[in-house]
Design a protein around this ligand. Structure first.
Ligand code: IPE
Ligand code: IPE
Ligand code: MG
Length: 236
């Protein structure tokens, strides 16, 4: 059965439930984020081994700045630590890391860690890992409109030149459409995740909290994807 599975080209994961995972164990929310980062590494390597070509993950939303300073600081330090020290296994598997999101108001330390990781992996050719950090789907669309408007105002392109390809190439990353979005922890919403790229994605909402979303659960998700009939507006 597993040999015949269709592997989605572009998978998105809204990694939700780290806080609840920790609270249920009487641990601090930080412990949940730490465990979530371990899970992410495993899932990234597993997805690559299955033949997923693009994996987009929601690490930090523009709205997550509403959380306590202590939690935001912990997450920022976790990003720095992971990007600088612990991505070696992912790099060894030829994964190319790219980032989506606004740079401001991220600190120089976080930005340097992101830029270094991008540079270190830019020639890798297996899976593209798109990390959405300080990312909001609406702001991505707003930023795209501004970039294209500027080109029109500077007479670099005319209104008639604006096609869907032009739109896609002015988003943070020029990625293929999402085929499958997984949101862990049972919440049934997108929370501003890749709104443009999600147009025809199949959605899946397992109840599992993200730190527990390991290889078996990812395989179950792929099996679920294979049960879906994708129609793209036609009458299959
Ligand atoms: C997702 O887990 C991780 C981030 C948003 C960074 P949460 O921190 O949202 O976990 P819950 O929803 O409180 O359980
Ligand atoms: C979405 O989760 C953002 C990330 C997973 C990074 P949230 O926990 O922030 O979303 P809401 O607030 O429940 O919608
Ligand atoms: Mg949450």
């Amino acid at each position: 059965m597993k040999e015949n599975l269709v592997i989605p080209n572009h998978v998105g994961i809204i990694m939700d439930g780290n806080g609840r995972w920790a609270e249920r164990r009487g641990l601090s929310r930080s412990a949940g984020h730490k465990e979530g980062a371990e899970t992410l590494k495993k899932i990234c390597l597993y997805a690559e081994s299955l033949g997923v070509k693009y994996l987009s993950i929601y690490a930090f939303s523009t709205e997550n700045f509403k959380r306590s300073k202590a939690e935001v600081d912990f997450l920022m330090n976790l990003f720095i630590e992971k990007f600088t020290k612990e991505f070696q296994e992912i790099i060894d598997h030829d994964v190319k890391v790219v980032f989506s999101g606004r740079r401001s108001p991220l600190s120089k330390k976080v930005l340097d860690a992101m830029d270094q990781l991008t540079r270190r992996t830019e020639n890798n050719t297996s899976l593209v890992l798109n990390i959405c950090l300080n990312y909001g789907g609406q702001i991505e669309i707003l930023d795209m409109v501004k970039k294209i408007s500027e080109q029109v105002l500077n007479h670099k392109i005319s209104l008639d030149d604006i096609t869907l390809d032009i739109v896609s190439s002015h988003l943070y990353q020029d990625l293929p459409p999402l085929d499958f979005i997984i949101r862990t922890s049972g919440e049934l919403r997108l929370s501003n995740f890749m709104l443009y790229q999600a147009s025809y994605a199949e959605l899946y909402f397992p109840k599992t909290l993200f730190p527990d979303f390991l290889e078996n659960e990812f395989m179950e998700a792929i099996v679920e994807f294979n049960k879906r009939i994708r129609k793209f507006g036609g009458n299959v």
